[in-house]
Design a protein around this ligand. Structure first.
Ligand SMILES: [Zn+2]
Length: 384
């Protein structure tokens, strides 16, 4: 087999495309495969009409390495001049339009990214972070264009921070752990943008949307689902537990303010103990808590109850919040909704962020979330 025929087979080229030469440049460890287009006529990419070739433009694509040699495809790409659609560049069978890499190269990158960190992939393929991003972007676009959103019965919404800052994205997912949409910020508009991605049938089929007590998320859900929102919005015990834990901690901090400094220290030392159930405390901590309770009941709690109810304000606030959200909390129980899944997705998102040493670029971060957790079909289906 001649080297030109070998590369024709590898690239899956058929007439009028063929390999005209293969050049090896040893000092630069580079192989250049030159591909030619044999016909004088071309088909308009828009209307398929056969027209005369207008001119051609030389372009280069990186392909998978041949042994240790970086391999490039070089070709003069014909342009057609369709009377109806004007001058257009012909699509090539080995690469997506706009890409500087062959589909096989992109497919390998996508495969590697599923199991390996961004940095490792960049190193392995000797390609920059900046060059990987558009490959991921095209993969996500392919996946989104094919996606049929069937699983919209139970949804979860959560927010996640970008880097360390106060910049957030809102993530909408389903019970299968599939991320459906990601949008900027954590406002009502953010969630509305996620809902806009849902198929129309979601308005009738969705039975629960699990969320925290954010007013913005509740507003957006009421706006999207209308009167059904009352049955749909679900706040599960995870958020109630978080709320109560914080209230207990706030009471402890307030209490400690009036204590002498030696007791303040003890109070601080036991801060996690107060948040635990009695039977989950270790012996040492239980003894300490019991000791402190005596003092706190005398100097603190009894006084609080009798004279200054406002000092347990965090608990009262928490109780009021629970009361205000009671129908939504009951929805979560009725639907057996668990927010654990949203938390699990969030933890995984934190992990990819870690692997990429923090995403400073919001659009890349959103794309990476869909790439890793969108459960998208991102393969190249045609030809090979
Ligand atoms: Zn045309």
């Amino acid at each position: 087999m001649k080297d030109t025929a070998l590369y024709e087979a590898i690239l899956g080229l058929v007439s009028p495309w063929s390999v005209s030469s293969v050049q090896l440049d040893e000092p630069s460890h580079r192989i250049t495969v030159t591909v030619a287009y044999a016909k004088d006529t071309v088909q308009c990419p828009t209307c398929q009409k056969t027209v005369r070739k207008h001119d051609s433009r030389k372009r280069v694509w990186r392909h998978l390495d041949t042994c240790q040699f970086e391999t490039y495809i070089e070709a003069k790409i014909p342009r057609c001049d369709c009377p109806k659609h004007g001058v257009q560049t012909l699509p090539v069978p080995w690469a997506s339009s706009g890409s500087r890499y062959t589909e096989l190269f992109e497919a390998k990158i996508i495969e590697a990214l599923q199991t390996t960190s961004l940095l490792a992939v960049a190193k392995l393929f000797r390609i920059s972070w900046g060059a990987i991003a558009p490959i991921m972007g095209r993969a996500v676009s392919r996946g989104l264009s094919r996606r049929q959103l069937d699983n919209v019965e139970h949804l979860l919404v959560d927010e996640t921070a970008l880097c360390r800052g106060h910049d957030y994205v809102t993530v909408l997912s389903n019970r299968a752990g599939q991320v459906i949409a990601v949008s900027d910020g954590k406002t009502a508009e953010s969630l509305a943008a996620c809902y806009a991605v849902l198929p129309m049938k979601a308005k009738l089929q969705t039975r629960s949307v699990s969320m925290d007590m954010s007013r913005a998320f509740i507003n957006a859900t009421e706006a999207y689902f209308g009167h059904r929102a009352k049955q749909i919005i679900s706040i599960d015990h995870f958020h109630i537990a978080k709320l109560l834990t914080k209230a207990v901690d706030d009471v402890r901090k307030q209490d400690a303010e009036s204590f002498p400094s030696s007791m303040k220290r003890e109070c601080h030392r036991t801060r996690y103990g107060w948040l635990k159930r009695n039977d989950r405390l270790n012996k040492q901590l239980r003894v300490l808590i019991c000791e402190l309770s005596k003092i706190m009941v005398n100097t603190g709690l009894s006084w609080v109850f009798n004279e200054q109810a406002s000092r347990i304000k965090p608990m009262i606030n928490a109780a009021n919040t629970v009361k205000a959200h009671l129908p939504r909390i009951l929805n979560a129980m009725r639907m057996r909704v668990s927010y654990g899944l949203a938390e699990a997705i969030n933890a995984q998102i934190q992990y990819i962020k870690l692997c990429a040493r923090g995403y400073r670029n919001k659009s890349r971060f959103k794309m990476a979330i869909l790439f890793h957790f969108g459960q998208l079909d991102m393969a190249f289906h045609h030809k090979r």
